[in-house]
Design a protein around this ligand. Structure first.
Ligand code: ZN
Length: 395
């Protein structure tokens, strides 16, 4: 019997009643209306025999894998640890076993390329008012029911239109765009690790910083390698429940927590992103638990963002998060002791601005991605001289 929380039940019941009135089907699933909420473990599976018959110019040998008996390989990048027989494709759809060698199929082959304000990642304590040259390939090691970018995250490289942009080209384009950083973002950069780390290394040589926007689902060994060339990270902490990670995201909690500890230990700046999904993660107790874990393991200084959920993908019939919930969570997290707590996806909310944790004065005012007021001197509050955690100066 699948488990369902009381709150998920209430949301499903409400949605089912409204369905009866409108006469439309609820979730785009067959079966019972609450199949999504009732779903057990939605972690992805290896695609047996799904690899292309031949390699292409965007094939690059995997960074970290082991050869097993019978020409099988096991990928070492993420906790999925896909075991692939020849001809199989990984959970993230980006890697294949070709004749006993693991290949990434997305190297130099992004499907999405843009120049964004760094604030969009979101990174609020990292070189404000600068541009991030941003790119993604297809692929994700998760299966989030609410994915914002499922058209590329849940696609295979050849399913979508791609650019050809090898690491030196990316760095050149970033320079041409006058970007101070390169952001590996939109889908899941851990799935294009080989492409990302080679680009990071070249970017560093040109004084361009590297940031990732990620689900933090990566093994320690590749993460430590990445830390050598990583400057900042916007990382999802989707919940504090392993059940929710399995049912909503198709992952596990512990490896994510381990990633935060490793980045902390390595001195990499990161910001934590919690999307508040009604019925799944809008739980005061969980926020308290999250804050307690953060304070114990990471301290009070890493920014925490609560983002408003909007209906999307397989959760397209859930209501958006009430703004009052986000406001309450922000207050709660600050009461618990986190210094910098933000509310995202709500224009003009007071939680979009930065206030000094010592004197409470307004340090950074944000209107969308525009910054009308900026009251830091270097890395210090200009009113009380307190050091504000973050990366404030350009490389
Ligand atoms: Zn101050």
């Amino acid at each position: 019997m699948n488990r369902i929380s009381r709150r998920q039940f209430l949301y499903c019941s409400a949605a089912f009643l409204s369905t009866t009135v409108s006469g439309q089907s609820f979730f785009p699933f067959s079966g019972t209306p609450c199949e999504a909420a009732l779903s057990e473990d939605i972690r992805g599976k290896v695609f047996k025999g799904d690899a292309p018959k031949t390699l292409w110019k965007w094939s690059h040998e995997g960074f970290l894998y082991k050869k097993l008996e019978k020409n099988k390989v096991v990928c070492g990048i993420c906790p999925n640890r896909c075991v692939l027989a020849p001809g199989d494709r990984s959970v993230c759809r980006s890697k294949v076993n070709f004749d006993g060698t693991l290949y990434s199929l997305t190297y130099g082959n992004p499907c999405s390329v843009n120049t964004d304000p760094i604030e969009k990642k979101p990174l609020f304590h990292f070189m404000p008012r600068t541009k991030a040259f941003s790119l993604a390939t297809t692929g994700c090691n998760f299966r989030c029911l609410n994915c914002q970018n499922y058209e590329i995250s849940q696609a295979k490289p050849h399913d979508v239109w791609n650019y050809e942009l090898f690491p030196p080209d990316v760095v050149k384009e970033a320079q041409r765009a006058d970007a101070d950083s390169i952001a590996y973002t939109y889908s899941e950069p851990i799935t294009f690790f080989e492409y990302m780390i080679d680009t990071c290394r070249l970017a560093r040589e040109k004084n361009i910083r590297n940031v990732i926007v990620s689900n933090a689902y990566i093994n320690r060994k590749p993460l430590l390698e990445l830390c050598k060339v990583l400057d900042g990270a916007s990382l999802n902490l989707k919940s504090m429940s392993d059940d929710i990670y399995r049912q909503l995201n198709g992952g596990r909690l512990q490896p994510v927590l381990q990633t935060f500890k490793t980045l902390h230990e390595q001195g990499i700046h990161f910001e934590m992103i919690n999307l508040v999904v009604p019925g799944y993660t809008d739980d005061d107790q969980m926020v308290k638990q999250m804050c307690a874990w953060i304070l114990e393991n990471l301290g009070p200084n890493y920014p925490l963002h609560f983002l408003r959920f909007f209906p999307r993908y397989k959760l397209d019939r859930l209501p958006p998060t009430p703004v009052s919930t986000l406001t309450r969570f922000r207050k709660l997290a600050m009461q618990e002791g986190i210094h910098y707590v933000y509310v995202g996806n709500v224009p003009n909310h007071e939680g979009t601005h930065t206030y000094c944790h010592n004197c409470n004065k307004l340090l950074i005012e944000r209107m969308g991605y525009f910054i009308p007021q900026y009251n830091l001197n270097g890395n210090k509050c200009k009113y009380c001289d307190t050091i504000i955690p973050g990366v404030w100066n350009k490389a």
